[in-house]
Design a protein around this ligand. Sequence first.
Ligand code: COA
Length: 162
Amino acid sequence: MKAIYPGSFDPIANGHIDIIERASEFFDEIVVAVMINPKKKYLFSLEERRKLVEDCFHDNKKIKVVTFEGLLVDYMREHHYRVIIRGLRTLTDYGYEAQMALTNKNLYKESETFFIHSEEKYTFLSSSIVREVYFNGGSLSGYIPHHVEKALVEKIQATRSK
Ligand code: COA
């Protein structure tokens, strides 16, 4: 069975990679869907985010990366996917996640959301924390892949030279 792991990934961090790799042990294929949350303003473009995710998984043939716009459930129905994977870090994630899971279930009855608990060391981590730390000259190098760190540094330099 295939499962889809949707998110913004602006940028992908080791906490996301942990969830994806652990999920891949239970499914034949994990489709990582790099998406647009209309409420967010992104640092990286959709294509840049997709590429950063793809570069994490060259060695794992069970992980595929896609991008699309519109409803998650429409894409799932079209491709006959039924399982959504989401990570939970702390109790604060639960309200938002429950609302999304119930909305998706309402829109597509055959879908199920599976939650995987984040590893303890990643529970504080989020893409905006990563961006904020780097923009202010800090480093979270143990928490993001090397190529993502490089892309962040380049993006910050490009933003500042504008
Ligand atoms: N490690 C690191 N960070 C994690 C994490 C982990 N294990 N788990 C969650 N996060 C962080 C993300 O980095 C992100 O941080 P940020 O807000 O600082 O950027 C935050 O948790 C939640 O982000 P994400 O899981 O990417 O969700 P999102 O709200 O950005 O996007 C979509 C959610 C794209 C899946 C959702 O909006 C969607 O499905 N959109 C399509 C339209 C649709 O179908 N809508 C109906 C469904 S309600």
